[in-house]
Design a protein around this ligand. Structure first.
Ligand SMILES: Cc1ncc(COP(=O)(O)OP(=O)(O)O)c(N)n1
Ligand SMILES: Cc1nc(C(=O)O)sc1CCOP(=O)(O)O
Ligand SMILES: [Mg+2]
Length: 206
């Protein structure tokens, strides 16, 4: 069996040049880089992605939050739709080659996303994370229930560290999405390699 997927999600507050430098180092080892810059305009996101492309990050590994226009114009691999975004169904119908994903936080949301044609879903937050202060984590058992109820890939997000990768893969996740664990690490490339080695090992037992 192949490796589990490793998705890296931008923090929304890193300097574009810094993100591009890290992304240039880590892209060969990751499945996708998610550009989640909710406070940036389309033009700012476009400029950030230009920097990434200049750093040799392939467009085929970049997924952008919400902005179908940017994904289309820049020939990116996918778009991650938010609650306020265009609905999944019409996006998939009009852009069948685009990988269309979304975040889900319950079994009902996961089933609905799959019915609408989502290619994948992030489920979280599985563990405590500084990104969701004061909000209780949903835990590994809810991840297991969601993963076993849908056929689309479910990616675990929220508080994912190398040490809990095995647990979420065993619960049926097809991979993990990581923000702070890599992008706020002292040595992002070294961290990515740690995640990759855990993803390979854990998949052997599935
Ligand atoms: C491009 C991209 N990838 C992943 C996400 C994570 O989505 P989500 O969990 O919905 O983010 P929050 O709304 O929980 O902050 C994203 N937004 N964009
Ligand atoms: C963007 C996002 N969405 C989540 C969700 O549960 O929907 S958790 C999350 C942030 C994950 O960051 P970290 O890897 O630093 O815990
Ligand atoms: Mg979310």
């Amino acid at each position: 069996m192949g490796k589990g997927e490793l998705h890296i999600v931008s923090t929304g507050n890193q300097r574009p040049e810094k993100l591009a430098e890290i992304a240039g180092d880590i892209h060969p080892y990751i499945t996708a880089l998610h550009i989640r810059e909710k406070h940036k305009t389309a033009k700012e996101i476009y400029q950030l992605i230009e920097l990434l492309l200049d750093s040799q990050v392939p467009a085929s590994k970049i997924i952008v939050n919400d902005r179908l226009d940017v994904a289309h114009v820049m020939k990116l691999c996918g778009v991650h739709l938010a609650y306020h975004s265009l609905p999944i169904g019409p996006v998939k119908e009009n852009f069948p080659d685009l990988r269309v994903g979304c975040s889900v936080h319950s079994l009902e949301e996961a089933i609905s996303a799959q019915k609408q044609g989502a290619d994948y879903a992030f489920f979280g937050h599985v563990f405590p994370t500084q990104s969701k202060p004061g909000s209780a984590p949903r835990g590994v058992e809810q991840l297991r229930s969601v993963s076993s109820s849908v056929s689309m890939p479910v990616i675990a997000i929220g508080g994912i560290k190398p040490g809990n990768v095995n647990e979420v893969m065993e619960a049926g996740a097809k991979g993990v999405a990581v923000m702070s664990g890599v992008l706020e690490a002292n040595q992002p490339l070294g961290k990515v390699k740690e995640y990759v080695s855990r993803l390979s090992i854990s998949n052997k037992f599935r």
